[in-house]
Design a binder for this molecule. Structure first.
Ligand code: SF4
Ligand code: SF4
Length: 182
């Protein structure tokens, strides 16, 4: 599938804002988080993302050494990946092979996020704390408003589809492994 790199800087700007947000999260929540390379329960599934995100991952992959890319492609035959029980980019040692370019959904796992249903977070984090206690400890600017982020992402992806004249036949979300296709 032809997925040119995004020409507009909007997706990169959203990622930069989320990176800045992550610094605030680390400052406010870091001591309660177990998220780290090797803790990969949230990566043991088939992951999908919007075309603009898959295009950004593909652009990132194009900067890797050919041998690294070959290793990633070969890993797609892993029975766990084929069965959808492992993300296409989860390395054997539990780290993310595209960490810098990982999609938005991967940036929302772990720390506290807010939705219209309230606060939510990975249960491996904030061990021993009640939801009310987590709520009390977190400054508002260190909790992601997930619905707002998702709305921005949908707008950016819609603009990307128009910008690169993506066919209507291309699904709204793509398997992340599509980034590895030629
Ligand atoms: S892209 Fe990386 S962080 Fe996201 S699910 Fe895959 S391995 Fe995990
Ligand atoms: S979200 Fe949960 S499973 Fe994923 S890295 Fe963080 S603590 Fe581990």
């Amino acid at each position: 599938m032809n997925l040119p790199p995004p020409r507009s800087s909007r997706y990169g700007e959203l990622i930069a804002r989320l990176d800045a947000f992550e610094s605030r999260v680390q400052a406010a929540q870091g001591s309660f988080l177990r998220c780290a390379a090797g803790c990969d329960a949230c990566c043991r599934l088939r992951r999908s993302a919007f075309p603009v995100e898959v295009a950004a991952i593909r652009a990132h992959l194009s900067t890797l050494a050919p041998a690294t890319l070959e290793t990633l492609r070969a890993r797609q035959g892993d029975p766990e990946v084929v069965a959808g029980r492992r993300c296409a980019f989860l390395a054997p040692d539990g780290h993310c092979a595209v960490y810098q370019a990982r999609p938005i959904v991967c940036r929302t796992h772990g720390p506290a996020i807010r939705t219209s249903d309230g606060l939510s977070y990975c249960r491996l984090n904030f061990e021993g704390l009640s939801a009310a206690s987590v709520e009390e400890r977190l400054p508002p600017d260190a909790v992601m408003n997930l619905e707002l982020v998702n709305r921005m992402l949908v707008l950016i992806d819609t603009a990307y589809r128009a910008e690169v004249a993506l066919s209507d036949a291309v699904p709204v979300r793509l398997d992340l492994a599509e980034a590895l296709s030629p």
